[in-house]
Write a protein that binds this ligand. Structure first.
Ligand code: ZN
Length: 195
């Protein structure tokens, strides 16, 4: 064996070894189940989730699927209100943190306090930060550090994993009944006694 052939062989072995190492590290991960529920009462079985969710919502929330871009009606939602988890109805985002990212998915620059939890996934080879509802563990989307205002973060959310509750419904359903109940209470101006 000549010297040049021996060097080439050694180099080939080294490249093959490196390819094997990086290949095993960078292999795309199989579809993952959703993250563990933070609230044990929401640690439901797959059949229970299937009963609660549409097939599309189940695929995203429980199998970490991704909806096709520009398919969610929530992309164009501009009313004031709150975005809830479609799995357990926990409030996740305020409309005040929503912006049009042009990506085709509802996008936010900040979640509500304690509403979500994160983990790193390698489904697209490069690491991404996945986030999910901290109560039921349902997958919501991925967060990226590519937006300037005001946090620099883009929470890229699957619309099918959210339910929007407009502020006017909250006013009609919660605030007005509270005012009405308060108006029925006896006045305390005279010690509450009218006799
Ligand atoms: Zn949830």
């Amino acid at each position: 064996m000549s010297l040049s052939v021996a060097v080439l062989s050694r180099r080939s072995l080294l490249l093959a070894a490196m390819a094997g190492v990086f290949g095993s590290l960078w292999r795309p991960q199989p579809v993952l189940a959703a993250s563990k529920a933070g609230d044990p009462s929401w640690d439901l079985k797959a059949d229970q989730w299937r009963e609660r969710l549409s097939p599309q919502a189940y695929d995203v929330l429980r199998n970490e699927g991704t909806e096709r871009p520009f398919t969610s009606p929530l992309n164009g939602e501009k009313r004031s209100g709150t975005y809830h988890c479609a799995g357990c109805d926990a409030a996740l985002f305020s409309s005040e943190a929503k912006f049009d990212s042009g990506t085709g998915w509802p996008s936010f620059w900040q979640p509500l306090d304690g509403a979500i939890a994160t983990k790193v996934d390698f489904k697209l080879i490069l690491p991404r930060t996945e986030y999910h509802c901290s109560r039921c563990g349902g997958h919501q989307g991925h967060v990226f550090n590519d937006r300037p205002r005001p946090t620099g973060k883009r929470y890229c959310n699957n619309g099918v994993a959210l339910r929007f509750s407009p502020l006017d419904l909250i006013v009609v359903g919660v605030v007005l009944p509270a005012i009405w109940r308060r108006s029925l209470q006896p006045s305390r101006g005279f010690g509450g006694c009218w006799c």
